[in-house]
Design a protein around this ligand. Structure first.
Ligand code: NDP
Length: 328
């Protein structure tokens, strides 16, 4: 059987996670990594795969079945998404929730013009969490849905701390508040404020002689990032940061509680993820959806899709017959 040939566009955390995921799926192989940097400065971990400049991508038409776009959601994907969809099937993990409808429309137009398939916003949130919210709300029509994130590193919040004067390095964890999770699991459908759902834990390396009280105050009062949360700030050394905080764990819960019948029988649906490595897990989801994109493209379909549009059987290496025999 011919392997599905994958291209990775952008080689950061998610790009490296996708590369590792390809190695664990024997129906796929990495054809090339495309980067906007000088390719000679980017070393990858797959023998035989090429590292090429982003501008040379179109010369690989016919040699790549699906491009997995691993650029950042803020500024990379809104440009790269439609551009690559015009020439290749694509998968991405676009996660700016408020802009998904606009992004979908732009990618859809380009993909239809190029006769390609693009599955957008694939990962865990958006992605697996979105699917589980949809399943739960379709089944328990009356009820409440809650999403808790963490414990995990928030890249955006860590960056915001690093921009404060006197901060040398920092990492921020989002932590779900156990009492709130338990209230939700009880089925009482509580109304929870932002502050009641999550804590923010910050580990900060200060520059020598920096005013630590001023840094702590700047973090705790930062609007949009920390002021709506209970936030803890712990000063540590660069060595402690490297030793204890260099992994990228994440995870969380989607919980829906609701009632059925005329007696009001209660039900709890819970989906939980505990991830040692956010990029490696996200990469594994992206690769499963690349398989689906390849299959849809071979059927002659084109245009943009989200995870809601992809039948589960499309993700598996097993045939429909095997799935019915082993998984139903
Ligand atoms: P990174 O910052 O690690 O990488 C983003 C891009 O930056 C890369 O594609 C790469 O492009 C460039 N880059 C990476 N390293 C360097 C470097 N040393 N020097 C210069 N440029 C570099 O971001 P992540 O991979 O962590 O995340 C990408 C996106 O994935 C996030 O913006 C987030 O939106 C999304 N995401 C979605 C999830 C979901 O569940 N849906 C979960 C996790 C993340 P190039 O090679 O072209 O230079």
């Amino acid at each position: 059987m011919d392997k599905i040939k994958i291209g990775i566009v952008g080689y950061g955390n998610i790009g490296r996670g996708v590369e590792q995921a390809i190695k664990r799926n024997d129906d796929m192989e990495l054809a090339a990594v495309f980067t906007r940097r000088d390719p000679a400065t980017v070393s990858i971990q797959t023998e035989g795969a090429a590292v090429k400049h982003f501008d040379d991508m179109v010369s690989m038409k016919g040699e790549v079945d699906v491009m997995i776009l691993c650029g950042g959601s803020a500024t990379d994907l809104p440009v790269i998404g439609p551009e690559v969809a015009a020439s290749f099937n694509t998968i991405d993990s676009f996660d700016t929730h408020a802009k998904i409808p606009e992004y979908f429309a732009n990618v859809d137009k380009a993909a239809k013009e190029g006769n390609n398939i693009s599955i957008i916003s694939v990962g865990w949130d958006p992605g697996m969490f979105s699917l589980n919210r949809l399943y739960a709300e379709s089944i328990l029509v009356q009820g409440s849905t809650y999403t808790f994130w963490g414990k995990g590193v928030s890249q955006g919040h860590s960056d915001a701390i690093r921009r404060i004067d006197g901060v040398k390095n920092a990492i921020q964890y989002t932590v779900p508040i156990e009492d709130a999770v338990e209230q939700v699991r009880s089925g009482s459908e509580p109304e929870l404020t932002t502050r009641q759902k999550h804590l923010r834990e910050c580990y900060v390396v200060a520059e020598e002689g920096a005013d630590k009280a001023a840094i702590e105050n700047a973090i705790k009062t930062m609007p949009n990032y920390f002021s709506d949360y209970d936030t803890t700030v712990t000063f540590i050394t660069e060595e402690e940061l490297k030793a204890n905080h260099s992994k990228m764990p994440h995870g969380g819960f989607v919980i829906r509680t609701g009632e059925t019948g005329c007696e009001g029988n209660k039900h709890v649906i819970e989906y939980s993820l505990k991830l040692d490595s956010n990029p490696e897990f996200t990469g594994s989801v992206l690769v499963a959806y690349a398989r689906a994109a390849h299959r849809l493209s071979k059927k002659g379909e084109c245009g943009a899709r989200s995870v809601f549009d992809i039948a589960p059987a499309m993700l598996s290496q097993m045939s429909a017959e095997e799935l019915r025999a082993h998984m139903l």
